[in-house]
Design a protein around this ligand. Structure first.
Ligand SMILES: Cc1ncc(COP(=O)(O)O)c(C=O)c1O
Length: 412
């Protein structure tokens, strides 16, 4: 299988630098560096979080250093442990559920829909028990999952829904942005994603004030309860506990609160400043992704042996990935991948079904548990290059190569 490192040898690379950097990002970094202001925990992070929350339509956006860290902090926030169950999709990047490995919670994989590759609400319904605490889903490739059905079930059973929206910045579901549809959203600003904060970064979006407060404390390695110089406390309680050991004007670092394990996952000021610029560019970047996807869809319409991920009415796809499925009776998918590579087109298959990874098999998961995801991965599924870094010439080359490769491999 080809890797990122091989991209240079392809006329049409799969990812390139997915986010198109120009003078505006360079100016933003220059402004931060020449401002004389601290390079951490300052105004740019504050502005980026405010703008992001506004964009998603939630009360809080908490920036962190990656999408993986966003998911890790959220899983920690939910206090999952032995006896708890989490329902998730097998068709996502491993980071969506990786931190659950250490919690002792039981993970149940709900198979995906054959058309969209998003988690199937009927499969979710069949897996809900009184122990189900959370549903962790992904908007696969940037196509929102069936959130109305999922949220109805979640509300009925008191289950928290976490959206892994790493692919879905720019996607909308009946007028609302992905990442603001469930209880918590997690975004990635890795260099391959729909916007980037200097290569790495992430964001957690949510409405609940108490959760946002806790996430901010943990993200900044702060104590649960801090006393201010004036002796007033903020934290879980609003005044120092009885019998406080220190007067308010002493150094009072976390003497009273229950301390939780924290970490430092602070997004730097330069990264946040670039995030602000990229957020401004998002409509243009998304439009370009959609235009490339439209060209690919038009090219594939000629071939009844290939179907593309459909976009239901009322839904706007963010096209982090362009996904199609071949008819395995007519096309050997692996031969198509090799043929495209020979034509200069780099492709990827995203993702290997999670329940078949060794860490999940070691916990009792097995082949046959999610037949749709398995069938797609092993014989049908293909992701084609679709990003704003592609020039018009590259898009032309891509569609021509796709047509040529398909004509070669289809069994008549
Ligand atoms: C679906 C999904 N979730 C989470 C992540 C993790 O994001 P990051 O690379 O920022 O840690 C990724 C990144 O590839 C992803 O694709």
């Amino acid at each position: 299988m080809v890797t990122d490192a091989d991209a240079g040898q392809f006329a049409v690379p799969y990812l390139g630098i997915g986010t198109v950097i120009d003078d505006r990002e360079l100016a933003a970094v220059r402004e931060v560096l020449s401002s004389g202001l601290p390079l951490s925990q300052g105004v740019w992070r504050e502005r980026f979080e405010e703008r992001f929350a506004e964009h998603i339509g939630v009360r809080h956006a908490v920036s962190v250093t990656s999408g993986t860290v966003a998911l890790e902090l959220v899983i920690r926030l939910l206090d999952l442990g032995p006896g708890d169950e989490v329902i998730t999709t097998p068709q996502t990047y491993q980071a969506t559920i990786q931190p659950l490995l250490d919690t002792g919670a039981v993970v149940r994989f709900a198979d995906v829909r054959a058309d969209t590759a998003n988690i199937d609400p009927d499969r979710v319904a069949a897996l809900i028990t009184p122990r189900t605490k959370a549903i962790m889903l992904v908007h696969y490739g940037g196509l929102p999952a069936d959130m109305d059905a999922i949220m109805r079930m979640a509300d009925e059973h008191g289950i928290v829904v976490v959206e892994d929206a790493a692919h879905a910045l720019g996607a909308r579901y009946h007028g609302r942005p992905a990442g603001g549809l469930g209880h918590i959203g997690c975004f990635s600003f890795h260099s391959s994603k729909n916007i980037s904060t200097l290569g790495e970064g992430g964001m957690i979006t949510l409405d609940r004030d108490d959760w946002a407060r806790r996430l901010r404390l943990v993200r900044g390695n702060q104590a649960d309860l801090l006393l201010t110089a004036a002796g007033t406390a903020f934290g879980d309680s609003t005044s120092p506990p009885p019998g406080a050991l220190f007067p308010g004007d002493a150094y009072t670092h976390e003497c009273f609160g229950v301390r939780r394990a924290g970490t430092n996952a602070t997004l730097s000021e330069a990264a946040a400043a670039v995030g602000l610029v990229q957020l401004d560019k998002l409509p243009g970047l998304t439009a370009r992704r959609r235009a490339v996807a439209a060209r690919l869809t038009a090219e594939l319409a000629e071939f009844e042996e290939v179907r593309v991920q459909p976009v239901p009415a009322g839904v706007a796809h963010a096209y982090h990935l362009f996904t199609c499925y071949v008819d395995p009776a007519r096309i050997d998918r692996d031969e198509l991948v090799r043929c495209l590579a020979a034509e200069g087109v780099q492709t990827f298959l995203r993702y290997f079904p999670l329940h078949l990874l060794p860490e999940w098999r070691a916990r009792g998961h097995r082949l046959g548990e999610c037949p749709v995801a398995e069938r797609q991965w092993f014989a049908e599924h293909l992701n084609l290059p679709c990003h704003p870094g592609l020039s018009d010439e590259q898009v032309e080359l891509l569609t021509t190569a796709l047509g040529c490769a398909l004509r070669k491999v289809i069994r008549r």
